[in-house]
Write a protein that binds this ligand. Structure first.
Ligand SMILES: CC(C)(COP(=O)(O)OP(=O)(O)OC[C@H]1O[C@@H](n2cnc3c(N)ncnc32)[C@H](O)[C@@H]1OP(=O)(O)O)[C@@H](O)C(=O)NCCC(=O)NCCS
Length: 176
């Protein structure tokens, strides 16, 4: 995979992809399906409003040959986490008050492309954006709340660590 930061162009073996801000007049939200209806519904019904209100930033992945088709998306927001929910070793390094983070609200790839590397590409985009944003606003980690063990396994595969008080909340220290 080759990432051209300036244009968010991602070249892979089977296509050239671009990461863009969700734009309802350019992207076909209704055709998106990832196999989890809640994640489809979020993109179709709530993502645009949440972006406008400053609740989340929603970015999509498209193939430059079919720019209306959403191949994957993710949403990111500012967040905080209580240091006491992290492991003892991590806690020692952190203040006692809530620690600033980014929250990965949603992430999904189109069902017809599962297993072809889009999930990996999306996670790479998310981390890249967090590291960029961290140059201006401090954040210790990227946090995600998962609803299933499948999703939990996916994030653990990328080094996310379950919180002590709730294993369905996972975090990825951004310094790693
Ligand atoms: C989870 C999801 C994003 C993965 O996307 P994908 O395009 O199928 O995944 P990729 O082909 O990029 O796989 C990337 C890596 O993750 C691994 N992986 C994929 N799904 C996994 C899972 N459920 N558990 C553990 N590892 C997983 C792959 O083995 C692969 O490993 P590798 O890079 O070492 O070869 C996709 O299946 C999806 O959108 N599912 C429905 C929505 C969902 O469950 N989202 C979860 C986050 S909220």
């Amino acid at each position: 995979m080759q990432l051209c930061k300036r244009h968010s162009i991602l070249r892979m073996r089977y296509g050239v992809f671009e990461e863009q801000m969700l734009n309802p007049s350019c992207h076909d939200r209704q055709a998106f399906t990832c196999g989890v209806s809640e994640l489809d519904e979020y993109l179709q019904r709530f993502a645009v409003q949440q972006s406008k209100k400053g609740i989340s930033v929603v970015r999509v992945l498209i193939d430059t040959d079919m720019p209306r088709t959403i191949l994957g998306y993710y949403s990111l927001s500012a967040a905080q986490i209580d240091a006491t929910s992290l492991d003892a070793h991590t806690q020692q390094k952190l203040p006692r008050y809530p620690v600033p983070c980014f929250r990965l609200g949603r992430l999904a790839a189109h069902s017809s492309h599962h297993g072809r590397g889009l999930g990996r590409l999306l996670i790479g985009c998310v981390v890249e954006r967090c590291l960029e944003a961290r140059q201006y606003v401090a954040a210790y980690a990227l946090v995600v709340d998962v609803k299933s063990q499948t999703a939990q396994a996916f994030y653990e595969h990328y080094g996310f660590i379950p919180c002590l008080d709730n294993p369905m909340t996972l975090f990825l220290p951004l310094s790693t």
